[in-house]
Design a binder for this molecule. Structure first.
Ligand code: F6R
Length: 614
């Protein structure tokens, strides 16, 4: 969480920093700030509670001069979101400014020590401790700013991506990272720094991803130098970005979330392009090719993830167990890592993550690595930390997902997981040829089916209108549709703030049925398949208690149609494909309800897209 940016070059830094912060706002949006070095002598710091737009209104009329600067958009961890706790934070003498993404875990001990030594703190943040520590080391030891930063970083525990500027060294920017991401864009005699590549892509495609415990020293004249925090020289590894600028714009849609819902036919096509050829009955994921044998022979697959990605893992459990006959355990990364779990060398651990930066998922992976498991990643953001720490993996190729609520990242995760299970099932001979071919055909027809489904959007908006004032909602499904019930409920609660619960349909009678009355909308995924009749019975149970039924059904359904208050049809398909199709109307329902309730769809309260705190 939190987004950080920096710039040094010949251009005016302010507009670059503000644009960069707007691109990173998905990472946190409770306060924002910038520091500009004007004429190399004045350090102008502006910070404000609220969004980047509030910051720009505040800065209006003040000096925005300077070709060196840093910026921050915050998701509060230590201290309320207010003007004082907003970054940048400055040293006591005001000469050093620093922005930080992460958590300094030993800040309390350091702070007490620094207070004893005469430092005065303005904010409640852990970050302010770091800038005072740097100042203290500088004063005490008379070392350069770079050396003071390096020594300070050896004293802190926790996670950090920082960018530092100082009036004493006005032609330099210093940056460093551990467990929080930082990318450096290499322009012509200019450098851009950011938490991810989105603020950089419009200026340069050449980037360096800083690794853990590395410090970047960017000097206006001498360019980029990288050292480790143990003071070893490191040669920068420059990579080329594949991202396109248009992918970061709304493209005429009112919200990124809606754009991303509508992008799913394209995103899904990209997720299987070059990997799936139904005509010749071939599925092959280049990224895991060398590990296929190992996966096929694995004693167990453990899938770790958080939030929506965890829901994708639950669907994958059906895929791998049914198609490849490998036992699967699905774990919340945040629980798994603190449980002292039993992990064996023959286990394959798969991490699913849109951002590739989720702190708990990353920490769980590292723990599994220490215990000798093979690590695979299913990640959307190219070059992200999870994609780099895993042994192998497959990108989902959904393209940048800016809306905080995950949509296309989820459905493309399901496609990649299905491809993986099919490839392994085929290799092991655990899937019948007929079923294999059917699923390949179905996966290949997904973009077309989703295009078709999206044509019902106006009708779905009409259904949303009826339930927009609900206080609660229940989502039910069985088999592969149960995780979709969870995902539907999560989507509704996170963007419309309506309390919603997802349940396995058969579990309803063990408790949640007590909640049902004439005010309770119950969304039921009831597509044709093995569980259909049982789900119809569950719908009857809800109806008998006057609940309102919105059935997500296969085209041409009659049984649910007769009892439900509303139905939304999805194209007929195999049960393995239903989760991907059934997700889409549930995304649209949540989107429309949130818009009708006047909620900030792309930036829901209290949330951030990339959860880099534990
Ligand atoms: C919900 C949502 C979150 C994320 C979760 C994991 O719409 O987006 O629940 O799924 O924070 O994030 P990643 O997939 O980036 O690890």
């Amino acid at each position: 969480m939190c987004g950080i940016v920096g710039y040094i070059g010949d251009k005016k830094a302010y507009p670059i920093l503000i644009k960069g912060l707007s691109r990173l706002e998905y990472r946190g949006y409770d306060s924002a700030g910038i520091a500009l070095l004007e004429n190399g002598t004045n350090l102008n710091v502006y910070k404000r509670q609220g969004k980047v737009i509030d910051l720009t209104e505040f800065v209006d009329g003040h000096s925005t001069e300077g070709t060196v600067g840093i910026g921050h958009t915050r998701w509060a961890t230590h201290g309320l979101p207010n003007d004082v706790n907003a970054h940048p934070h400055c040293s006591g003498d005001g000469s050093i400014a620093l922005v930080h993404n992460g958590i300094i875990e030993n800040y309390d001990i350091l702070k007490k020590e620094l207070i004893k030594r005469g430092h005065e703190f303005k904010s409640e943040t852990d970050t302010e401790v770091l800038v005072h520590l740097i100042e203290d080391i500088k004063e005490k030891s008379g070392v350069s700013l770079v050396e003071a930063v390096r020594i300070a970083l050896n004293e802190v525990h926790g996670a950090y991506a920082i960018v530092v500027v100082s009036t004493e060294d006005p032609d330099k920017i210093i940056a460093a990272k551990k467990s929080s991401p930082l990318v450096i864009g290499m322009g012509e005699d200019e450098y851009y720094l950011a938490s991810d590549a989105t603020p950089i892509v419009e200026y340069t495609k050449n980037v360096v991803y800083l690794e853990d415990e590395q410090i970047a020293i960017i000097d206006r004249k001498n360019g980029l130098r990288i050292i480790s925090i143990s003071n070893k020289e490191i040669s920068p590894y420059v990579q080329e970005l594949e991202m396109q600028l248009e992918e970061l714009e709304k493209g005429g849609y009112e919200h990124f979330m809606l754009k991303e819902i509508y992008e799913q036919p394209r995103a899904i096509h990209d997720s299987f392009r070059g990997r799936l050829d139904a005509k010749s009955g071939r599925v092959s994921l280049g990224g895991i090719k060398d590990y296929e044998e190992q996966i096929a022979k694995a004693d167990r697959i453990i899938i770790i993830a958080c939030g929506t990605s965890w829901h994708a893992a639950l669907v994958a459990e059906y895929y791998f167990e049914d198609l490849a006959r490998i036992p699967v355990e699905v774990e919340y990364a945040s629980e798994f890592r603190y449980r002292n779990p039993i992990i064996n060398k023959n286990d394959v651990v798969i991490a699913i993550s849109q951002s590739g930066e989720t702190a708990d998922t990353l920490a769980a992976l590292k723990m599994a690595k220490e215990q000798g498991a093979t690590l695979l990643g299913i990640v959307n953001v190219v070059g992200s930390t999870i994609s780099r720490v895993t042994d192998a993996g497959s990108y989902t190729h959904a393209g940048p997902e800016i809306g905080v609520a995950s949509t296309k990242a989820f459905t493309t995760q399901l496609v990649v997981l299905a491809l993986m299970a099919l490839a392994i099932g085929k290799r092991k001979g655990t899937i019948a040829d007929k079923k294999f071919q059917l699923l390949l055909d179905e996966l290949e027809s997904l973009p077309e089916k989703i295009e078709e489904l999206l044509k019902s959007d106006d009708y779905i908006r009409g259904v949303a209108e009826i339930y927009k004032d609900a206080q609660n909602a229940l989502y039910l499904g069985r088999g592969t549709s149960y995780p979709i019930a969870l995902e539907g409920a999560l989507k509704l609660k996170e963007i419309s703030y309506i309390h919603a619960e997802g349940y396995p349909a058969a579990e309803m009678k063990h408790g949640p049925i007590a909640l049902i009355d004439e005010n309770m909308p119950v969304f039921v995924v009831a597509a044709h398949g093995e569980h259909y009749e049982k789900v119809v019975s569950n719908i009857q149970e809800v109806k008998a208690r006057k609940g309102k039924i919105i059935g997500i059904v296969s085209k041409g359904d009659t049984a649910v149609k007769d009892i439900a208050d509303h139905i939304i049809e999805i194209p007929k398909s195999d049960e393995f494909i239903v989760p991907i199709l059934a997700t889409i109307p549930l995304q649209l329902i949540s989107y429309h309800i949130a818009v009708m309730r006047g909620c900030n769809v792309d930036q829901p309260r209290n949330l951030a897209k990339s959860v880099t705190v534990e």
